[in-house]
Design a protein around this ligand. Structure first.
Ligand code: SF4
Ligand code: FES
Length: 369
């Protein structure tokens, strides 16, 4: 793991994403988990997660996002929430909501949980249940939202949009606002891992995107002062890539269920980087001086055209995982950029024929032990 320690120049991360488990009752075909899922037996234990939370707070992390998979599948979730509160971390539970009941939520709130982020896959039961491959999911999510609001916890509704449900975006926004969410995140699918395998079935058309932009703008106006709406546009229709993770190793650190520390959720796809584990190393050492976190930090690694571009500290060259997935080389300019030598790959994807069939997220033979 050794590399020169540039710690003096490295700001602490703002947030830690704790992927407690890859277990999940839903099978969304755009799941951000890797294609090779971590099995139950390889998950970190409670003591190790607690140590990681303590180390995160000492390092300067402000927020922990408990995620998965489905984090409520962990029996020790309440212990971890309590520990996060004890060490001063603001805690957010990112959940599908289908396993939440009033008693569990009350226990989590009493343990110090600050915020819940609930995902919705569609406006109606038929659409929501179909894309999650889980009968009754949408009704359970609505019930979970009501429980969160009744418990007095802050609620964000994450509305995932793509070609198949964009026609119902106005209804999705109305539903989420009606459920009492104070914040909506309208997020277009990002094409890594499972979503990349389903890109031809999910990528929106340019006309859909224009319509979605107008729907979000109108909803912001209508719900002003009551609901904040964040909007994550789809990469592929942009001229400039997103500043993925606000730059590699700048603001965020992810911990996988088995303890690998990553600069982003998809980083393990970059096979030539050796990502350190929290079971072997302290979080501060990983963040400040591991070779993997330093590999794409800052701008020194950049090739042309990024190297001499005035946007290099705005978008940080885009997304390393997307560059790898599309070009085979994580160090190339994100092909989404109109200036990238590989931009034709994006044009080709947008011009490719649409597909109907979906690959659903399931534990496969590639599942890790
Ligand atoms: Fe961003 Fe690089 Fe494109 Fe410039 S050339 S806009 S830094 S991705
Ligand atoms: Fe890994 Fe963007 S998802 S850098």
């Amino acid at each position: 793991m050794s590399a020169p320690d540039r710690s003096a120049a490295v700001e602490p991360p703002l947030a830690l994403l704790a992927e407690l488990t890859h277990r999940c009752p839903l099978q969304c075909p755009y799941c951000s988990n890797p294609r090779a899922l971590v099995g139950h037996g390889a998950e970190l234990d409670t003591a190790t997660w607690s140590r990681v939370l303590s180390e995160a707070a000492q390092l300067g992390v402000l927020q922990v996002h408990f995620s998965g998979g489905e984090p409520t599948a962990r029996r020790d979730l309440v212990d971890l929430v309590r520990h996060a509160a004890r060490v001063g971390l603001y805690s957010n539970l990112i959940t599908s909501g289908v396993q939440l009941d009033g008693a569990r939520l009350a226990t989590l709130a009493a343990a110090g949980l600050d915020h819940v982020q609930l995902s919705f896959q569609d406006a109606d039961d038929a659409g929501g249940d179909a894309i999650a491959a889980y009968a009754g999911a949408q009704a359970k999510k609505r019930a979970a939202a009501a429980l969160v609001v009744a418990q007095g916890l802050a609620l964000t509704a994450n509305l995932v949009v793509h070609r198949r449900n964009l026609a119902r975006l106005p209804a999705m926004i109305e539903m989420a606002a009606g459920l009492g969410a104070g914040r909506l995140e309208v997020a277009h699918v990002q094409y890594y891992g499972w979503a990349l395998a389903n890109r031809a079935a999910l990528l929106p058309t340019a006309a859909q995107l224009v319509e979605a932009d107008a729907v979000v703008a109108a909803a912001r106006e209508r719900l002003k002062g009551r609901v904040v709406i964040d909007y994550v546009p789809p990469d592929y229709h942009a001229r400039q890539p997103k500043p993925c993770m606000s730059g590699w190793g700048r603001r965020f650190i992810n911990i996988t269920p088995s303890g690998k520390a990553l600069p982003c959720h998809a980083a393990e796809t970059i096979a030539d980087l050796d990502f350190p584990s929290v079971t072997d190393h302290a979080l501060a050492a990983i963040w400040r001086s591991s070779a993997a976190f330093q590999r794409f930090r800052g701008t020194a690694w950049m090739p042309e055209p990024c190297r001499s571009c005035d946007q290099r500290e705005v978008d940080w060259g885009g997304c390393r995982c997307q560059a790898l997935a599309l070009t085979g080389d994580a160090a190339r300019t994100d092909p989404v950029c109109a200036l990238a030598p590989d931009h034709a790959l994006i044009d080709d994807a947008l011009a490719a024929p649409a597909r109907d069939a979906l690959v659903f997220r399931r534990f496969e033979k590639t599942t890790l032990p």
